[in-house]
Design a protein around this ligand. Structure first.
Ligand SMILES: [Zn+2]
Length: 301
């Protein structure tokens, strides 16, 4: 396992009281420092290239985010930039690509600890704290290397509307998500299964508010079967930890141990398939729960 992270992720700032705050990057720094102390490796990310972004975002969106350089801008009621945000968002997307490349090239699991998160960002707009869709940029990079079966498993409590829509018609990327439903952003019903050639390559597991470790364990047994049938060449995990019982935004009741078990079940499935895995952080807004989930995840896979 290698971590990919940078102290620079603190430089993307949001207005006071915003849950997606720079202190989340301090958690990443603590986790990375503890990892180093145990002899683990931590790599600095590189920025995503324009070509990498343009695989999933349109040019107008990339220009719009680039245009916020040096400025604080409200992009939607939840989503803000600070002067450094463009640069930091490039690093977040680059870290995700790097994690995927590392996993493919070495077969070793890689975990990118990044902010801002990515899975709500759409082809043409920022949304829900997300500027560029980090995991989607990584999935598209894997496809560009010639892979024909990339699975994205989204364990964040919110549905990854952006990731789903980017690959909705594309069988080369299977999008699987468990999420609180109905809830923000509104998408992710079980009957959203893909379209055209992509039909059957989107798999949503909507869960009612209050879902427990047992509910999640059951969901991930089903998801393991879906992954085994797809036989991906790479598993990417959108690793949001906001289904934790302590999270201030959502209403699920997962414990730290439950989250670690979900990630371990994905890692075990990937191992069984003989497929590398890379993880990229998404949400997780209780700082203690975020730290605990990251530590437990790293210890368990
Ligand atoms: Zn979330």
């Amino acid at each position: 396992m290698i971590l990919i992270s940078s102290a620079r992720f603190q430089e993307h700032t949001t207005p006071p009281g915003h849950p997606e705050r720079p202190e989340r990057a301090e958690v990443f720094d603590h986790v990375a420092a503890a990892w180093r102390d145990m002899g683990g490796r931590v790599a600095e990310p590189r920025p995503a290239t324009r070509a990498e972004l343009l695989r999933v975002h349109d040019a107008a969106h990339v220009e719009a985010i680039a245009g916020t350089s040096g400025r604080a801008v409200m992009l939607d009621p939840d989503t803000f930039t600070s002067p450094e945000s463009y640069e930091i968002a490039l690093l977040a997307a680059g870290a995700a690509v790097q994690a995927a490349e590392h996993a493919l090239e070495t077969k070793e699991t890689a975990f990118a600890l990044v902010r801002p998160p990515g899975h709500h960002a759409e082809r043409d707009k920022a949304m829900g704290f997300c500027l560029f869709n980090n995991v989607a940029v990584a999935a598209a990079a894997a496809v560009a290397r010639g892979l024909s079966r990339v699975a994205v498993v989204d364990i964040d409590v919110h549905h990854g509307n952006g990731t789903q829509s980017m690959f909705y018609a594309d069988p080369r990327v299977l999008y699987v998500s468990s999420h609180q439903f109905p809830f923000y952003p509104g998408t992710g019903a079980a009957d959203e299964v893909g379209t055209g050639a992509g039909k059957g390559f989107t798999f949503n597991v909507p869960l009612a508010a209050g879902a427990t470790d047992a509910d999640y364990a059951a969901a991930y047994r089903t998801i393991a079967g879906v992954l085994e049938r797809y036989a991906p060449q790479l598993v990417l995990v959108s690793a949001g930890f906001d289904a934790h019982e302590s999270d201030p935004l959502a209403s699920m009741r997962m414990t730290t141990a439950g989250y670690a078990a979900v990630v371990k079940s994905l890692a075990d499935t990937a191992r069984r398939i003989g497929c590398p895995m890379a993880l990229v952080t998404e949400g997780g807004y209780d700082l203690d729960a975020l730290r605990a989930c990251l530590d437990a995840t790293l210890a368990g896979i």
